[in-house]
Design a protein around this ligand. Structure first.
Ligand SMILES: CC(C)(COP(=O)(O)OP(=O)(O)OC[C@H]1O[C@@H](n2cnc3c(N)ncnc32)[C@H](O)[C@@H]1OP(=O)(O)O)[C@@H](O)C(=O)NCCC(=O)NCCS
Length: 345
């Protein structure tokens, strides 16, 4: 395997005797809708200002899907780009996992709709719901299938149409979110350690910090549920902020510890793109240099499960790191959920 000549680290999976098998990301792709909603547009919709949004969040604009454009459309477009980069045809894909909290419909899964749209075989396809942490959860699950030799090629997608569950009358939340999708192809690549480790965690005790009350079995759609705006997300911003910083710091430190790595050995840190102040606070606690960070939330806002997937694609294509470099992904979301992953690219 490549990097050991230049980088010293431990592969936590080595003890499992996978006989040289690894799980690498061999292709990435992303897609964001064409429509741009700027802070100036939002000033006309709610009592807010570009200055407030910029200083409190770092977000300048976000993308909004067209009325006839759904999560599966965004996901399929990102997937086709990732497949192209990996040199993988639809026939080669063995499994599709879509991380999302905004499926096209409660069922069937968005993964099944993506399977149809990209022309994949009748392979297994399912959705995964871990809110903004979904992409790392999905990578880790996909990794299990690759390492166990169950499958050779897995398509992982983070895709969201958050504009569909955003309350455009609530200035506390509507300035934060946007639509988009990112995808990755995972395969065995014996000359790389690939996905070295992924830390995942959840805390259901704090489920009520960020949630959507309506549309599930607890509060099915009714005239009352619509009138009381139950089908939009709700959030306690201040508490979520604190938990996000704490959880991402702890998860990233645990991932580094498992690999016996120092933060200075990481070439690029790709955090969940929720709020610039959250990112800076976590980076400072980890001792990461600002140059190590990849941030694109000014353009897209928080796209939940798509967030680190889109950022990963943009970081790769802007040359932020190369084969053999180590990258750290860290996420946080409703649930509460969190995660951190270290990848040898
Ligand atoms: C939402 C968030 C940006 C608010 O920033 P904050 O510094 O915590 O701001 P506060 O909650 O103290 O609100 C300050 C004031 O701004 C007001 N405010 C809220 N949204 C506003 C907006 N869009 N424009 C103008 N004022 C706004 C509030 O009403 C409050 O006014 P008040 O003091 O008169 O009550 C911040 O808490 C945050 O980012 N939290 C994490 C959210 C997140 O990332 N969620 C997803 C996790 S995956």
């Amino acid at each position: 395997m490549s990097s050991s000549t230049t980088q010293q680290f431990k592969n936590p999976r080595a003890k499992h005797n996978f006989q040289g098998r690894t799980c690498s990301i061999t292709g990435v792709g992303s897609y964001v809708p064409a429509k741009i909603l700027t802070n100036a547009h939002l000033e006309k919709m709610v009592d807010t200002s570009d200055e407030w949004i910029t200083t409190r969040t770092g977000i300048k604009e976000r993308r909004i899907a067209a009325e006839n454009e759904f999560t599966s459309d965004l996901g399929a477009k990102a997937a086709l780009r990732a497949m192209k980069m990996a040199g993988v045809t639809a026939e080669q894909i063995d499994l599709i996992i879509v991380a999302t909290i905004t499926p096209d419909m409660p069922f069937p899964s968005t993964a099944c709709l993506v399977q149809r749209k990209i022309g994949a075989r009748k392979i297994a396809a399912f959705d995964l719901e871990a809110a903004c942490s979904g992409f790392i959860y999905a990578l880790e699950i996909a990794q299990q299938f690759i390492m166990s030799r169950t499958y050779d090629t897995v398509l992982v997608i983070g895709a969201e149409k958050l504009s569909a569950i955003t309350d455009w009358k609530d200035r506390n939340t509507c300035v934060l979110f946007g639509d988009g999708a990112g995808a990755a192809i995972l395969q065995n690549r014996p000359d790389s350690h690939g996905l070295l480790t992924a830390v995942m965690g959840a805390d259901g005790e704090n489920a009520d910090l960020l949630f959507m009350p309506g549309g599930g079995s607890r509060c099915p759609a009714s005239v009352e549920s619509v009138q009381s705006r139950m089908h939009y997300l709700r959030m306690n911003g201040k508490e979520t902020f604190k938990k996000a910083v704490q959880a991402m710091q702890t998860a990233a430190e645990e991932a580094l510890r498992r690999c016996e790595l120092k933060i200075s050995q990481i070439k690029c840190v790709i955090p969940h793109q929720a709020n610039r102040r959250i990112i800076d606070a976590v980076a400072e606690r980890l001792g990461a240099h600002p140059d190590q960070l990849f941030v694109n939330l000014d353009k897209y806002g928080n796209t939940s499960a798509a967030s680190v997937a889109i950022a990963l694609d943009e970081a790769v294509h802007s040359g932020r790191f190369r084969r053999g470099d180590l990258i750290l992904l860290m996420v946080f979301g409703a649930g509460l959920t969190w995660g951190a992953a270290i990848i040898e690219w």
